[in-house]
Design a protein. Sequence first.
Length: 82
Amino acid sequence: MEVTIRKMGNSQGVLIPKPILAQLGLQGSADLQVRDGVIEIRPLHRNPREGWADDARRLAAAGDDAPVWPELSNLGDDQLEW
């Protein structure tokens, strides 16, 4: 598909048709790189648990990490490291 390179503010760019974005699953943000003279744009694949360790430390520091149902906790839960 031939596209036109357009002036966009102080930059230049191309418009990507909506069906192509949908086919690739691109929404909001994407990973953009140049490899071997080719521009690559890919969906971001974030770790779904990214930031969990930081959140667990923040909750523990606030004293808000007690089990919601203490009677259902497992033996050794207090020794788990997040």
